[in-house]
Write a protein that binds this ligand. Structure first.
Ligand code: ADP
Length: 432
């Protein structure tokens, strides 16, 4: 049409005059602009409610435009469908997980959670999305856990009993993406209940065994004091005494462990003079070794500790006793107390029999022994390191173990700065 009018204008020029030809050309241009405006209007109307079914018909270049639009519209719709199907599957999977899942942003604000998390923490996602989770879960240990830099271990969170929620949750924070975090919660109320029954049972049995054992040992001692006792009775009675003594040590260790595990036994906040304690431990070690080993003491820190002096004494003593028991005569034992300006470290190093690497991460389990008969021969109960581990954990400390068969072992309890009271430095080194 435009070309036709253009040709008409060119023909009109020699037949009529230039003005007529110009008028025809202007008319042609106006027609073109009008056509474009009409198409644009159609496009704008369609864009207000763009649907594939109502895409306008057109000729020429506009037809290409609408074809392209229809094509990208279809691709977009397919992508949206795939995305929403994936989101739906993810939400279904999240809802099916029996553990609670909460997505938190860097400010601990709730982004999303599954139904289990709603039940665990009392979250109503529609109401609470965008709010900090600490408004709902106010436990100080939880707030502290969220603000910590690393979360290697789950936190056992005890919730109040009057709300319709689990009594105990194990919660773990896992970072992902840029700065988001996934909070996973697991209902451990049943496990805790079973564990409580087990603890109570062991504590009660140990307690009940104490009195008969004291009677057996007491009577045996009295009878053995009789110098006229024939050897045929003295020998078996001596064995009764030995075994009863072993049982008594076992009962004592079981009771010690029960106390450490008990919920109603909070850690005392005493100031423990660690350097003096380490000196006393060294003296005990010298007595126990009875000159069979070289026992070296290095107190390189005057730092004191906040915690329980009884528990710390028992933990330090267990490590030193083990070093002596598992180091053949002629070996060396190094006991040290040091600090790095922040953390303080109690360390026992020996040149004893050592431990193969596959045993190292199981050593602190109750009754785990590398060599059962050797442990028994040396008067072990198999509970010493379990006690050490519990004491360390209660003091927020870490128990590090390094060992090599035939070379020796190193046991270190590393106390965090929060437990350490620093004073002026002093150094005492002594050997035997
Ligand atoms: P036990 O009473 O059997 O010594 P512990 O819990 O104290 O129980 O130690 C667990 C096991 O770890 C021991 O049976 C022993 O095999 C090993 N062990 C502990 N300390 C040492 C050590 N210093 N050198 C070699 N082995 C050790």
């Amino acid at each position: 049409m435009v070309i036709f009018l253009g040709l008409l204008a060119l023909l009109a020029w020699p037949i009529f005059d230039a003005t007529t030809a110009l008028l025809i050309a202007i008319a042609a241009l106006l027609l073109v602009i009008h056509g474009r405006r009409r198409e644009l209007k159609k496009l704008l109307v369609w864009l207000r409610d763009p649907r594939l079914e109502t895409i306008p018909d057109a000729d020429g270049a506009w037809e290409d435009v609408y074809t392209q639009l229809a094509r990208s519209f279809k691709t977009q719709r397919q992508q949206a469908n795939t995305l929403s199907a994936a989101l739906q599957r993810f939400q279904q999977a999240g809802a099916a997980v029996p553990d609670g899942l909460v997505i938190l942003d860097e400010h601990d604000a709730i982004q999303w959670c599954n139904p289990a998390a709603e039940a665990h923490f009392g979250i109503d996602l529609r109401r609470d999305a965008g709010h900090q989770i600490t408004y709902l879960v106010r436990s100080p240990s939880f707030v502290l856990y969220l603000s910590a830099e690393n979360h290697p271990e789950p936190l056992i969170l005890r919730l109040s009993r009057d709300i319709d929620r689990p009594e105990a949750l194990a919660v773990q924070l896992v970072p992902f993406g840029d700065r988001d975090r996934l909070l996973i919660s697991h209902d451990v109320a049943r496990i805790e209940a079973v564990e409580r029954v087990r603890r109570d049972f062991v504590a009660n049995v140990s307690h009940e065994l104490r009195t008969p054992l004291t009677v057996i040992i007491g009577f045996s001692e009295t009878v053995l004091d009789n110098e006229e006792l024939p050897p045929s009775i003295r020998r078996p009675l001596g064995m009764v005494m030995d075994q009863a003594g072993r049982m008594q040590r076992l009962v004592d260790d079981l009771l010690a462990l029960s106390r450490l595990e008990s919920d109603d036994n909070p850690l005392p906040d005493e100031t423990v003079d660690a350097p003096s304690l380490v000196h006393r431990i060294h003296e005990d070690a010298l007595a126990l070794s009875a000159d069979r080993h070289r026992v070296v003491l290095a107190v390189r820190s005057s730092a004191r500790l906040r915690g329980s002096s009884d528990e710390l004494r028992s933990a330090f003593q267990n490590l030193v006793t083990n070093a002596i028991r598992y180091t053949p005569a002629g070996g060396e034992i190094h006991v040290s107390w040091t600090d790095d300006g922040e953390k303080a470290i109690f360390e026992v190093r020996d040149t004893g029999i050592g431990i193969a690497s596959q045993h190292l991460n199981r050593l602190t389990e109750r009754f785990y022994r590398v060599d059962r008969s050797r442990s028994r021969e040396t008067g072990g109960t198999g509970l010493g390191l379990a006690i050490v581990k519990h004491v360390a954990t209660r003091h927020g400390a870490r128990l590090d173990i390094a060992s090599q068969v035939g070379v020796g072992s190193r046991f270190s309890i590393v106390f965090p700065s929060a437990r350490v009271i620093h004073t002026a430095d002093q150094e005492v080194v002594s050997g035997a």
